[in-house]
Design a protein around this ligand. Structure first.
Ligand SMILES: *Cc1c(COP(=O)(O)O)cnc(C)c1O
Length: 394
């Protein structure tokens, strides 16, 4: 009898359920073509939407920062980890997002965990969309507030909860993703803002997949809907379209002051490394200078989606470059993903419990770094595998 037998049993049951994971190894940069487990494949599964994760300008900024600042911040921000680069980045992001102030965290997940907990207490109610990201769910769990969940994007359900419960709480915080990562659909932010006004609620939008993608130069879902000044807390990640690592909340100055005193990732975890901060500054500057990157992303996304539709694939109701190719049965979804890999195309299969049972899909993530040739070759692979596995009949 070993003390860790209970974990061994858990791992065994993963294997018998067929959901045991072996990590693929990427031997190089995360770009349009990657070397995955020693094989060159077209990468249709990264969040590096704009190709900035390995853009020469961004890489040079990181290298220069290492020469000047070294590789680690050396401390939490509240002691001596607050390098001037972080202040520069936060001012730049506030300008980019057209908000009063920005507070950066070590990741988007950290930002949600630190912020939701700090801005709510036991007199409050948090109402969260059923399909919100895991980091929001964790942030909500850490809060002392009462919790409620509304059906995905169902404004009638949200209003029912508000009618019933608003009066019992000091503040009510409505939380939603801006872009939902599994289907690529948008939250109905204008309706959420209207309900928040009617019932005097706070609004919190996690725009991890909208930042760098939607709105002018990738300013995000709030910019896309023309709602500047209407959302109280706007979260973004620096790890997806921006191409580096980190997260932030764009909000009012006074919220930033409060977070500095109460957001636990700022108080108890080391600040972002200077190379990452400098690289992020460069990425954001590039977005502010030109719409080239976001335009290329959308051009590629429209091209690829139209080709999939022409072939007869069901690609759901995405409003973004996230393209779920609906397959159905979980086992068939995994078989589809594996057959694509045999054709030299990597697309991750997404199945239960990440999505509902037998709502399996191969989720394509389009990037500005894909060439037309990459996309055409990927389409040929989809056509071949789609026919073989009877997903399409051309
Ligand atoms: C990816 C994601 C995060 C986490 O961001 P990281 O910077 O990778 O930690 C948070 N929220 C949403 C909605 C996401 O899609």
């Amino acid at each position: 009898m070993n003390k860790l037998d209970y974990i061994t049993q858990d791992v065994e049951s993963l294997k018998s359920d067929g959901v045991y994971r072996i990590l693929p190894i990427n031997y190089g940069a995360c770009t349009n073509i990657i070397n995955l487990n020693g094989k060159q494949v077209i990468n249709l599964s990264s969040n590096n939407y704009l190709g900035l994760a390995n853009h020469p300008r961004v890489m040079t900024a990181a290298k220069n920062a290492i020469d000047h600042y070294g590789v680690g911040a050396g401390s939490v921000r509240t002691i001596v980890g607050n390098q001037d680069l972080l202040e520069t980045l936060e001012d730049l992001l506030a300008e980019f997002k057209k908000e009063e102030a920005v507070m950066c965290f070590q990741s988007g997940l950290n930002c949600n965990i630190g912020t939701i907990q700090a801005i709510t207490n036991k007199e409050d109610l948090i109402i969260s969309d059923a399909l919100n990201h895991a980091s929001i769910i964790d942030g909500v769990r850490l809060s002392k507030a009462t919790k409620a969940v509304y059906r995905h994007n169902d404004m009638q359900h949200l209003e029912e909860i508000l009618q019933l419960k608003r009066k019992d709480y000091r503040n009510v915080l409505i939380i939603t993703d801006g872009v939902f990562s599994m289907d690529g659909d948008l939250a109905p932010l204008p309706d959420i803002v209207a309900l928040a006004k009617k019932y005097n609620c706070l609004t919190y939008v996690d725009d991890a997949h909208g930042s760098g993608v939607l709105g002018k130069s990738g300013r995000g879902t709030i910019d896309h809907f023309g709602l500047h000044g209407e959302i109280d807390f706007i979260v973004g990640t620096l790890s997806k379209a921006i191409g580096v690592i980190g997260g932030y909340v764009a909000t009012k100055k006074v919220v930033k002051e409060w977070l500095l005193h109460r957001a636990r990732p700022l108080l108890f975890s080391t600040a972002l490394p200077p190379s990452a901060t400098a690289a992020t500054i460069e990425s954001v500057k590039m977005l502010m200078e030109s719409e080239t990157y976001t335009k290329k992303l959308w051009e590629n996304a429209h091209y690829f989606k139209n080709k999939l539709i022409e072939l007869g694939f069901d690609i759901g109701h995405s409003a973004t470059p996230i393209t779920p190719v609906m397959i159905g049965e979980d086992a068939k979804t995994m078989a589809f993903s594996k057959a694509l890999l045999d054709e030299g195309v990597f697309v991750s299969g997404i199945v239960f419990p990440t999505v509902a049972k037998d709502k399996g899909r191969c989720r394509v993530m389009i990037s500005a770094s894909h060439t037309k040739d990459d996309l055409d070759r990927a389409i040929q692979a989809f056509k071949k595998v789609g026919k073989t596995l009877n997903v399409i009949n051309v």
